[in-house]
Design a protein around this ligand. Sequence first.
Ligand code: SIN
Length: 308
Amino acid sequence: MDLSVTIAGVRFPACMMNAAGALCVTREELEALGRSRSGAIVTKSMTVEPRQGNPEPRYYGFPGGSINSMGLPNLGYRAYAALIPELKKFGKPVVASVAGLCEDDFITIAEAINASAPDLIEVNLSCPNIPGKPQIGYDLEASERLMKRVRKVITVPMGVKLPPYFDPAHHEQTAKVIERVGVDFLSLINSVGNGLVVDPERETVVIKPKGGFGGLGGPLIKPVALANVRAFWKQFKGRLPIIGTGGVVSGSDIFEHLLCGATAVQVGTVLVEEGLGVFDRLQSELAALLDKKGYSSPAACIGKLKEL
Ligand code: SIN
């Protein structure tokens, strides 16, 4: 089955890809994504200067999911700007994830990265792991100001990666900001920030940064991700493409994201735990499920969730 989808006019050969952060920091990792069956190559969220990130251990996987506080380890935007034209040879979209430690950083990076012509740019407003820096996506005034400024320098399709929202009023207010800015797609959601996982045996936290607080990912956050996909799909009445991220470990999880309104999904925890072969497995599982249910393509089931 053809699992390709189109987002903001860009064709993705398959409707699943890595999430920014998962196996996508170095040239080697990005090229490996290019050779894999990932539907796109998404870069690690980049900052102005290269960063080592937070002290280790900073990732911990457990049966229900994962917790991380990576702290944006990345090569710095100049390295990614040089790499992006080379990554085009893999014949799939290159998505540049842009972050920053202050508002001006985002503009500097967005302008330079836009010039290197990625297929899309995802602006990360939701990293929960930089000590002393709150997630911008929870400050709607700051988010709007920042998005309006990056919008002016980005000419390729521009998306924003948002943190999870937990109240309908926040979905509504955020949607209004996104509408005013003129965003081309949404990535929902980043990890559920500032969770805490405890090891009762050792009586310790499991990661070192921020006293053990970190972003939760994997199966335990799927309901939160699905709720955000659904809420924003309704806010925009299906007009704004959504990339669903959170809790995808099987073809059935992708199907749930599609039903809620996602056009494609990103995978983080399962990619880190299982490696690049996960894309082959997810594609077989999704194709078999769609076929069994009589859907001819991923696009055919987007937003089709029934309410009781
Ligand atoms: C990190 O590098 O800490 C994760 C990035 C993110 O959650 O945006």
